[in-house]
Every structure is written in structure tokens, then in C-alpha cells.
Ligand binder design. Structure first.
Ligand code: ATP
Ligand code: MG
Length: 428
């Protein structure tokens, strides 16, 4: 077979056999968000490019290298590389911050980043994310981290470590930047090109660079937590105390500075060693300055995003099985035109009651139909032919035990079948 074109590298098909595990992740994420009081928001797939340049920040890899931008008739649009910018825009544009605080929102979205495709790093990937607006208290940080942890635990992920850090506020960061620039200055020319450009504008991002040389240069650099102002220090201490009280274990990791420019104070990641280099399954933090940058009234805010492909990859590598396949309840075979029609009518009635019922649409012979029923692993089957039509009854067969029972093939079939299937499921 020769297709006219193939799949673009870096994007994936999610085939029916995999969809069950996706649905499980989505359900657990949505259920957990709901009990924490987060409401779903659905945002558009693309926005004005300006939105991401301004909010994600022009010193980030995302803006500098990874955005998929398309030219419209008059202006440029970018496929969302993450969810926070779009959520903040939507929240401001629709006046959601005029409602009672806190505002708690979650989303399940696809995102687009032009990176080197590899395991856990795709051009199109999916995120479950949460954002909370209105609270400056470490109570909110602890609640958001607790929600992320709850999703990870309910999925049954093992060996995931929570790393936390504080990157302070613009006020204390200035002092820190001076110290950091002083430390890096002698090696400035050896830094990668991206980091050279970060040196003046956002030197902390150099600590997050993936290039070996930058990593080596920055090892032993001064760390932000040693420079926190009183307000930021008290906040960080408050968060640690709350996590301790909740029994949520964490490591303080000065290397966590997060990829995006808008973070303040708390930053965190959930990291696993089960999937190789792309080990961050969830990243988040506080972004108290963003709402104002975007033109709203200064409002503290925070959130996180989980990469669904990385969650699934971790689960797979840890041997976890997600999502049960639904079983076909009944296959209604038939012989002859009149019987086919009766089979289709009964099938429809069963489906209206919520059963997965199947009948032949391939015009196969009865033997081939039964082979297909076996493939579907149908729990029950029945065959309708001329004799059955004449008698008004047919033999319902339990495919597992081989037991049969005579049932009327009229309007009462669905009710009778409901009782039998329910009893059978209880017995299982
Ligand atoms: P990384 O350092 O791995 O590039 P990041 O800091 O760019 O991650 P975030 O912007 O914090 O990632 O996005 C949140 C989560 O989304 C990540 O922790 C990861 O699980 C997932 N993610 C990010 N980029 C990709 C990608 N290209 N493909 C698949 N998942 C991704
Ligand atoms: Mg990245």
C-alpha cells in the first residue's frame, strides 16, 4: 500500500486500543480537579502570537525556538504551546476575576511545540493543567501541589519525586541576579548562544539550560533561596510547613527555575527516573506578576501542567495497566432477510437501554457471524432464523458457560435480557 503522505514526525495517532488509558487519565484528572473545586475551562487552539510572546516571555525556549506560528491574512497566530496564557486571557476578557475568589480552573488540551521529537517530547502533546487566581497565601500553593500529587497517586504512578524551589520576586531577584552574573561573568563567552542572550535579561534561566557546557559553568553558582526577601522567605517556609503537615514529601532543588518567564516565588516539578531524560511529568508554580503584565488588575495566581504522554509513558514503563476494555454484551446473529430485520430491531432496542449489542451488517453467513461474535468476546449470543421467527422464541446462549435459555424475540426481549445480564454480572 502506498499512501499519498504519512504522519508528520513529532505528532501521534492515538489508536482505539490506546484510547482507554487516555480516558482513564482524563477521568482521574477531571475527578480530582472537581473535588478540589476546580471547574473546567475550554480555550481556543490558537491565539494572537503576541499573547505568548508577552506572557510566556521572549527569553524562553518556547518563544525563541518552539512556537508554531502561522500567517493569517493580516496578522500572525500561534498554536498554543501551553495553557496558562490562553486561560489568563480568557479569564480577563470574560471578567471572571470579578467573581468571588479564589477562581479555580482546569483544562485538558493539546499543545504544540517545535522541538526535536523523541520519547516524551512531541510537536503535538497533551496537558492537564490547573490555575488558581486570587490567593497570595502558601495555603494555595499547598492546595495546588496537593491536587497534582493526588492525580499522580490515583493513577498509581510510582517513584515520582516532588522538587520545590522559590525563585523569589522581582524585588529580591535583582540582588540575586547581581550575584549570579558576577559568578557567571568569567565564563560568559563560553555559554551557548541562547544563554548569552539570557545573561542580561534573565540569567536564572541559564541554570535550566540543557547544554552540557552551560550546566558545567553554572554548577556551584549562587542559589536563589539564599537571597529571598523576608516576604518570599516566609512564603516558602509556610509552604514547606504545609507540605510537611500534609505528609507530602519533597526535595528542595535550586535547579528548578521553570521554563517560563512569568513565575514568582514557588516553583515545583514532579520528576520520575522511569522514562529517561524527559523525566518531568508535571511543572508548575506561582505567577503573581502575570495578570498585571497582561493588562488586568494585579492578582496573585498559580498553577501547574502535566504532560499526559509522559504520564502514560511512565505508567507503561512501570508496568501499570490502565483502562478496562468494555465487553460486548450480546451478539444477535440471523439467517435470512426477515430474521436480519428482526435482529436489527432487537439490537436497537438493547442499545437504547445502554447495552453494547451487535448484529450483522456485513451480510455474512451465520458461521462467520458467530466467529465475529467470538472475536468481539460477546458475553451472550442468540441466533434468529426461520424457525425462531415462526416460534417467536430463540435460545440465548451464555458464551462463557455455554448455558442456554429460551427467550421471546419480541418487545419483551430487552427487559428479559436486562435481568439475565445483570444477574450474570453480579455473579462475576
Ligand atoms: P522540559 O524541560 O521537559 O522541556 P518544560 O519546562 O518545557 O519541560 P512545561 O512548559 O512546564 O515544560 O510544560 C508542562 C509539562 O508538559 C512538562 O512537564 C511535560 O510533562 C509536558 N511537556 C512539555 N513539552 C512537551 C513536549 N514537547 N512533548 C511532550 N510533553 C511535553
Ligand atoms: Mg521544554
Amino acid at each position: 500500500m502506498k499512501l499519498i503522505t504519512s504522519r508528520v514526525k513529532g505528532i501521534n495517532d492515538i489508536l482505539p486500543e490506546k484510547v482507554g488509558s487516555w480516558q482513564t487519565v482524563e477521568r482521574i484528572a477531571a475527578d480530582s480537579a472537581a473535588v478540589y473545586g476546580f471547574k473546567e475551562i475550554r480555550i481556543p487552539t490558537f491565539e494572537n502570537t503576541e499573547l505568548f510572546v508577552r506572557s510566556v516571555g521572549d527569553t524562553t525556549d518556547v518563544v525563541q525556538k518552539e512556537m508554531f506560528t502561522v500567517m493569517g491574512r493580516e496578522s500572525r497566530f500561534t498554536l498554543r504551546p501551553e495553557g496558562t496564557a490562553g486561560v489568563v486571557r480568557a479569564v480577563l476578557e470574560n471578567g471572571l476575576l470579578n467573581n468571588s475568589m479564589p477562581q479555580k480552573l482546569y483544562y485538558l488540551i493539546n499543545c504544540f511545540r517545535h522541538e526535536k521529537p523523541q520519547a516524551g517530547r512531541l510537536w503535538e502533546f497533551h496537558q492537564f493543567g490547573c490555575e488558581m487566581f486570587g490567593s497570595a497565601s502558601p495555603d494555595a500553593d499547598a492546595e495546588v501541589i496537593s491536587l497534582a500529587k493526588s492525580v499522580i497517586d490515583r493513577l498509581g504512578l510510582r517513584d515520582i519525586e516532588l522538587h520545590i524551589n522559590s525563585i523569589g520576586c522581582p524585588h529580591c531577584r535583582e540582588e540575586y541576579y547581581k550575584a549570579l552574573r558576577g559568578f557567571l561573568e568569567p565564563h560568559k563567552e563560553e555559554l551557548c548562544d541562547t544563554c548569552k542572550s539570557r545573561f542580561d535579561k534573565n540569567p536564572m534561566r541559564i541554570l535550566d539550560c540543557k547544554s552540557d557546557i552551560c550546566r558545567e559553568i553554572s554548577s556551584g553558582a549562587p542559589i536563589m533561596v539564599d537571597y529571598l526577601c523576608d516576604n518570599c522567605r516566609t512564603h516558602f517556609e509556610g509552604l514547606k510547613a504545609r507540605l510537611d503537615a500534609m505528609g507530602i514529601e519533597y526535595t528542595i532543588d535550586p535547579k528548578i527555575v521553570r521554563g517560563l518567564d512569568y513565575y514568582t516565588k514557588t516553583v515545583f516539578e514532579f520528576i520520575t527516573t522511569s522514562i529517561g531524560a524527559q523525566g518531568t511529568v508535571c511543572g508548575g508554580g506561582r505567577y503573581d506578576g502575570l495578570i498585571e503584565i497582561m493588562g488586568g488588575k494585579a492578582t496573585p495566581a498559580l498553577g501547574f501542567a502535566m504532560g499526559i504522554e509522559r504520564l502514560l509513558l511512565t505508567l507503561k514503563n512501570q508496568g501499570a495497566v490502565l483502562g478496562e476494555e468494555r465487553q460486548c454484551d450480546i451478539y444477535i446473529g440471523s439467517m435470512g432477510d426477515a430474521a436480519r430485520q428482526r435482529a436489527a430491531v432487537i439490537t436497537r432496542s438493547l442499545r437504547e437501554e445502554g447495552f453494547w449489542a451487535e448484529c450483522d451488517v456485513m451480510e455474512r453467513g451465520v458461521k462467520a457471524q458467530m466467529k465475529y461474535a467470538d472475536k468481539l468476546d460477546a458475553a451472550f449470543s442468540v441466533i434468529i432464523g426461520d424457525n425462531e421467527l415462526e416460534n417467536g422464541t430463540a435460545q440465548l446462549k451464555n458464551m462463557k458457560t455455554g448455558e442456554t435459555i429460551e427467550l421471546p424475540i419480541d418487545d419483551s426481549f430487552t427487559t428479559r435480557f436486562t435481568d439475565i445480564r445483570t444477574a450474570d454480572m453480579i455473579a462475576e
